[in-house]
Design a protein. Sequence first.
Length: 484
Amino acid sequence: MQLLSGWLAAKRNNYSLINHQTITYFPLTTLLINNLEIREIKMMKYLHFTPAMLAILLAMAAGSANAEIDYQRLVWDQDPAHKAVIGFNQTDSSEKVILKYGYTTDENSWLSQGVANTEVFNETFTSSFVRLTGLTANSPVYYRICEGSTCGERMWFKTAPIDDTSFVMLAGGDTRTGWETRRLGNKLLAKIRPLFIMHGGDYTGENNAIQMKEFFNDWKLTFSDDTINGMAYKRIYPLVPTHGNHEDKDYQTLCRVFGVDFNADGLCTTDDTYGAFDVSPLLRIYTLNSQYQQSGWSKEGEEQASWLASDLAAKGDKVTWRFAQYHKPFYPHLKKKDENPQLFSWWAKEFYQHGLNIAFESDTHLNKVTHAVKPVGCTFEVTTSGGTIYAGEGSWGADARSVDKVYDWTLDAVSIQQFKIITVTVDSVGMRTAQFDSGATTISAKERSDDPTVLPKGVNWWRAKGIGEVLTLTRNNAGQSIIN
């Protein structure tokens, strides 16, 4: 029998157990009962525990016997002032599930909403999705997921505003590896309390059920702990997901795992890999599928490009700012990564002509930011009169790769693990790059409520060459970005 010599993390209580003696033998399958997952175990058939460890594990298993709702996630795919998608997995029961929600903590006043659809990913990862509509804008929404008369933990989120209220958001990608760093990033997210998150894709390495469970186990670290009217709540943050190349095994990953229905047709199809919506009058965000450049997807790629051009022309100028996210960069800052001229030809001109302010790219596992640029021929040219900023490139966990390729229009690029924190106001956008450590203070719920743009102290901000910690953008008359 093989021995467990490292640590075991029990998801219910988020702590570790160290085994230095081997006395009690248990088959691995025994320890997967009652929703208790043992992590960081590779190819082990048996686990060995001291009596003290065994007592703790059995107590945890007993305490989790009714914890049949797991892997909660909240997604925005349209009208986030009034709508939200709440996803979860029902792990040990087939009892009917109802989501109860309201705008105060008085549960007697709450409404109820049933499951809209259930999707199966990788044969064994079955997710249920509740679609909330008619929500009050710019308001806290409190909820619990209930099976019969038993309700789970208390959660809450905030809807988007319908006015020019400023906000803080987060953009990053490539959480597929470097799980310890991923967890540091997730914990930092909980301290910052952004209004929402743009994720650039590559959630896992293999796009399978086992690794997706690990992703969502770690996602729990993004929840902020609050005490509201004497009751324990967790704040959950809306996610806007992107299709990355590591999702290519299943082009329906976004709708099967996250419940995305960008085109609002009620179906889970590959069309749900791209879409757009207004967060508020301040911002419209575009999510694009860069993998449509792959062989066999040219028709879908052309359709997406046509849709993008039409949407930017019709709706882009109705808001103050425009951001986009997609996985593969036009021009990666790494020699071994291919450039992507097809994406450039599809999108770069439209971005520039319609005033896309920032394009968030991932995939390369490093940090970069460009000057404001405009497309000229098959490349970019720096402009000081207004253009698009390209930022990225992944590394929210994934090991940072060395920057070995820069361009005339690269402002700065370094090998670090990071995500972007963006402050959006009427007059400007401030973009910071947060590195992952545990030194940041925590923003409280009251502090965030009192000041929608406050940020924690002690964040390890990267300083861009010639810019510093904050890249500040203003707009020209055409709405294009100017670095201030």
